[in-house]
Design a protein around this ligand. Structure first.
Ligand SMILES: [Zn+2]
Length: 308
């Protein structure tokens, strides 16, 4: 086992050494599974996607000592009105790293071009490697129906990696997992071909300011690019504290009626109805299908089953 670990570590180093990007890679490549802590990995298409959909849950898990890695599948090099290319990718990689640092999660940016992601073998293999190296118990990703092609294909790529992560002959340079992780989708508001089904909803009231602090690290996005897309650039306050307050007012979001129902299911009527900020997830059928006991293990801050 130790030998296998050592070998796989070397092979990972070799993969990183061969990578075209000169950006420094994190040292921690194999998360242990023997200390009772969870290994959670989330994939977003762009550096800031995971933050919005799972930043609160990630902050809660990290605070309990669990390991969370966020992976941006593209480098975000198209997401700005006046900047682009390698300089923007470098800026966004640094923003993502800082965002992760603020809540205690590791943030990786893969080097696929923004706006050009396709569900092909190479990015699928990279995602399989990421899930295996992280020894993931839980994998989070967007659903494959979404307005943005990069989001859609990130959803497809992660779905395509489910199950394949346990097949040793697939991507054999990285040792296969012995168990298919649980896969879940982030919440979205798209209706076709089917609406998001909130199987799990988590109160993030206790970490909402941490989540906003994380999002605040993506200056190029929340204070420049996204307001410009929305025609609201002149509404962005100039002071650091003012704009963070504005970020919370405009982006913290409210639970939908369906998410509220799920909050009540998991927290009981009193507590569930009092939640102000939540993150919700839908179970993907291609991973291990969790029962309620496993869901409580993966989200250890959920109350016990006999509430209310
Ligand atoms: Zn995005």
């Amino acid at each position: 086992m130790q030998r296998l670990r050592a070998l796989s570590f070397l092979s990972i180093l070799a993969v990183y050494a061969a990578a075209p990007s000169a950006a420094p890679q994190p040292q921690r490549t194999l998360a242990p599974s023997t200390d009772g802590k969870l290994n959670v990995i989330a994939f977003g298409a762009h550096p800031d996607d995971c933050d919005q959909r799972a930043g609160g849950v990630a902050a809660k898990l990290a605070a309990l000592g669990h390991r969370v890695r966020f992976v941006s599948v593209t480098n975000g090099d198209a997401g700005h009105q006046t900047e682009g290319g390698g300089a923007l990718a470098a800026r966004r990689r640094a923003e993502a790293r800082e965002a992760g640092r603020r809540i205690g999660v590791e943030y990786i940016t893969l080097d696929n071009h923004d706006g050009e992601l396709l569900p092909t073998l190479k990015p699928r293999e990279d995602i399989i490697r990421q899930i295996r190296q992280w020894n993931a118990d839980l994998v989070l990703a967007p659903r494959p129906n979404d307005y943005h092609p990069d989001h859609r294909y990130t959803g497809v790529l992660v779905q395509d990696a489910a199950y394949m992560v346990v097949v040793p002959n697939v991507t054999p340079d990285t040792p296969a997992l012995r168990k298919n992780p649980v896969f879940m989708y982030f919440e979205d508001r798209f209706l076709r071909p089917n609406t998001f089904r909130p199987d799990i909803a988590i109160s993030i009231d206790d970490v909402i300011d941490k989540k906003i602090d994380m999002m605040d690290a993506h200056v190029s996005q929340f204070y420049e690019w996204l307001p410009w897309v929305d025609g609201m650039l002149e509404k962005v306050p100039s002071g650091a504290a003012e704009r963070k307050r504005w970020l919370k007012e405009t982006r913290a979001g409210q639970p939908t009626p369906a998410v509220r129902e799920t909050l009540v299911k998991w927290y009981g009527a009193k507590q569930g109805n009092a939640v102000r900020y939540a993150e919700a997830f839908e179970i993907c059928e291609y991973g291990t299908r969790p029962d309620d006991a496993l869901i409580r293990k993966l989200f250890p801050f959920l109350p016990g089953p006999s509430k209310d």
